[in-house]
Design a protein around this ligand. Structure first.
Ligand SMILES: [Zn+2]
Ligand SMILES: [Zn+2]
Length: 147
């Protein structure tokens, strides 16, 4: 894996650890192999295709697989959900750290929560708010936030 992808993966893991520290009761516990780059040859993932930028494994060991193209480009899309379904015409492009943050908030909110219903959305929204506050305060860019 090249330097850019590895760096993206490290940011994903760092963000996920921050989120777990902020949400110890219902967050997703993160080890260094909890978030991996998706590969079709991987024995750890039985999803043969990757239709989204990432997916969460609700079987143990819980894991998030991230598409290599996403790790390379740091370009993702977010959308709105209503009654658990995607709202048409609400897709928005995200780039850089914002794309990574949104992706990790989305996937970790699937921990013990299937689909995109009310409970998932509440967790996702809470995590997005927590990350926004870290950005606004400047704390996201402090070394101690990542430890
Ligand atoms: Zn997978
Ligand atoms: Zn989802």
């Amino acid at each position: 894996m090249n330097v850019v992808k590895q760096d993206s993966l490290n940011i994903c893991i760092g963000i996920a650890k921050i989120l777990y520290r902020l949400n110890p009761s219902n967050g997703m516990p993160i080890k260094n192999n909890s978030i991996v780059a998706f590969t079709t040859k991987g024995r750890l993932c039985n999803n043969s295709s990757m239709s989204n930028d990432a997916h969460y494994h609700n079987t143990t060991p819980h894991r998030i697989c991230v598409r290599q193209k996403f790790l390379q480009e740091r370009h993702g899309q977010t959308c709105e959900y209503q009654f658990g379904h995607v709202v048409r015409g609400t897709f928005t492009d995200l780039f850089g750290n914002f794309a990574i943050i949104e992706l990790i908030c989305h996937e970790t909110a699937h921990h013990r929560t299937k689909g995109h219903g009310k409970i998932w959305y509440a967790k996702y929204n809470k995590q997005m708010t927590q990350m926004a506050l870290l950005i606004i305060s400047g704390d996201l860019y402090k070394q101690e936030t990542w430890q």
